[in-house]
Design a protein around this ligand. Structure first.
Ligand SMILES: Cc1cc2nc3c(=O)[nH]c(=O)nc-3n(C[C@H](O)[C@H](O)[C@H](O)COP(=O)(O)OP(=O)(O)OC[C@H]3O[C@@H](n4cnc5c(N)ncnc54)[C@H](O)[C@@H]3O)c2cc1C
Length: 432
């Protein structure tokens, strides 16, 4: 694989930006006063803004870059229940009732996103397409089979076991050892979803200003002075919705999220017969490796959109693209000569307990740390956070009040990641 494997017009930018170009917003200065200032214009920030503006508060959303520039227009558009730890692990940490409530909240987030798309008439190719979760070895297949046969009471989800012999009905590969279809998992077009949300937020009366980094937040009588590159605004409340891009502005939060690079490529358009062979049921796909790969067809079903973690912090898509291509060809050898039309990356936010966190620290409201599963969860937490800012009881979640952990000496630069990713890759190869 070399640079020639890119198409001649290849773009080092998200595929979604081609189909939904980044919106042009007024390049105005920020208003002198607002009720609520929201930092970050991704799914968290916009869903919070929608609630807050409709709740009658003057609302300002600012982003350091273009609106939606972060993960919210870079992701794979795959939606699950978004809680990584299982019942046993959560139960050991928080007790069985809290474990149940947290997992139920994840299930609720998946149901809610379908309701949101329908209620707001968001034209974003949303579909309950089902996820094929593939086993990367025989032991993992057995483990998947056991986990769906022994689902915790009250938390059962529909799931269909697919043995290796029948795998081609789901996916055109022999690379896996069978898998499970989670029939309720969904997909959408992340760029169009973001654009639809943005339009609803603007229609609700909020102001959204792009290219407006916040450089300081100072406490002031009755609220905060929010200093930005486009002036200073006095806000009664502030929401921090910066997730994997959380920086020096909020050092307490920065110490609690671990930014990790996630990478994607789009292939050039493929013949319809080949797409039908590779992904006959138009599923979203992931696998059991700890260093996971995830992929799907583009909404027009002409391309494979393939993602995963091929580096910790590489920011050059010219380098990450060919590495992803190598991984894609291991699964689909017939794509060996297929070229890459788009290559891009973004920074997700991991947390030390693998759970999202929502709350208020030192007067600042926040929701973040979706651990790479934020299409549903960031949207849902943003909505709940907006209700919390309004002081409404419906804003409560099962994730409220969880201790937001950090580690001694961790300041926001994940020096420990390189060795741990190498360890997980090694473990994946050993069959763990
Ligand atoms: C390649 C990739 C694939 C993914 N695939 C999936 C998937 O298939 N399914 C899934 O569920 N999740 C996926 N995710 C994760 C998901 O996209 C995120 O969890 C979600 O979008 C987070 O939304 P957010 O609004 O919290 O943060 P973001 O969308 O990242 O927005 C944060 C914003 O804050 C802004 N900001 C930061 N600092 C400042 C400042 N000082 N002033 C002003 N603005 C600031 C940034 O510019 C940024 O736009 C993926 C992520 C990536 C990168």
């Amino acid at each position: 694989m070399n640079a020639n494997h890119f198409t001649s017009d290849r773009k080092l930018a998200p595929y979604w930006w081609e189909t939904t170009p980044r919106p042009l917003l007024d390049a105005s200065r920020v208003p002198e006063t607002v009720d609520v200032a929201i930092i970050g214009s991704g799914y968290t920030g916009l869903n919070a803004a929608l609630q807050i503006a409709r709740g009658g508060r003057s609302t300002l959303v600012v982003d350091a870059e273009e609106a939606g520039w972060g993960c919210s227009t870079r992701n794979g558009g795959q939606i699950s229940t978004s809680i990584k730890p299982g019942f046993a692990e959560l139960g050991a940490r928080h007790g069985p009732q809290r474990a149940y409530d947290i997992l139920k909240e994840g299930q609720r987030s998946l149901e809610w996103i379908a309701e949101l798309v329908a209620a707001e008439k968001l034209d974003c190719d949303f579909g309950v397409v089902g996820r094929f979760h593939a086993a990367h070895n025989a032991a993992q297949y057995e483990s998947l089979a056991r986990s769906i046969a022994n689902q915790p009471k009250g938390l059962e989800v529909p799931a269909e076991l697919v043995p290796r012999a029948e795998q081609h009905t789901e996916l055109g590969t022999d690379a896996y050892f069978g898998g499970v279809v989670y029939t309720r998992h969904a997909s959408l077009d992340p760029g169009r979803f973001h654009q639809g949300l943005l339009e609803r937020v603007l229609a609700a009366g909020a102001t959204v200003i792009a290219h407006c980094p916040v450089t300081a937040i100072d406490k002031d009588s009755g609220g905060f002075r929010v200093v930005t590159a486009r002036g200073t605004t006095k806000a009664r409340a502030v929401v921090v919705a910066t997730n994997g891009y959380t920086g020096k502005l909020t050092p307490w939060l920065r110490r609690r999220v671990i930014p990790i690079g996630s990478y994607m490529i789009a292939t050039e358009p493929l013949p319809a017969a080949q797409m039908a062979r590779l992904n006959p049921r138009n599923r979203i796909v992931s696998d059991t490796r700890k260093v996971v790969f995830y992929y799907r067809a583009s909404p027009d079903q002409q391309r494979i959109l393939f993602g995963g973690r091929v580096s910790n912090s590489e920011t050059d898509p010219e380098i990450s693209g060919p590495r992803l291509h190598v991984e894609m060809v291991k699964i689909f050898p017939e794509l060996g000569r297929t070229r890459i039309s788009h290559s891009w990356c973004g920074f997700i936010a991991y947390t030390f307990d693998e759970l999202a966190h929502i709350g208020n620290h030192d007067g600042l409201h926040y929701a973040m740390g979706y651990c790479g599963s934020g299409v549903g969860m960031a949207s849902y937490m943003g909505m709940r956070l907006g209700l919390q800012v309004l002081g409404r009881t419906e804003g409560r979640t099962a994730l409220d009040g969880l201790r937001f952990q950090t580690r001694p000496l961790y300041s926001g630069n994940p020096w420990f990641l390189a060795p741990s990713i190498h360890y997980y890759r090694w473990r994946d190869r050993q069959g763990g």
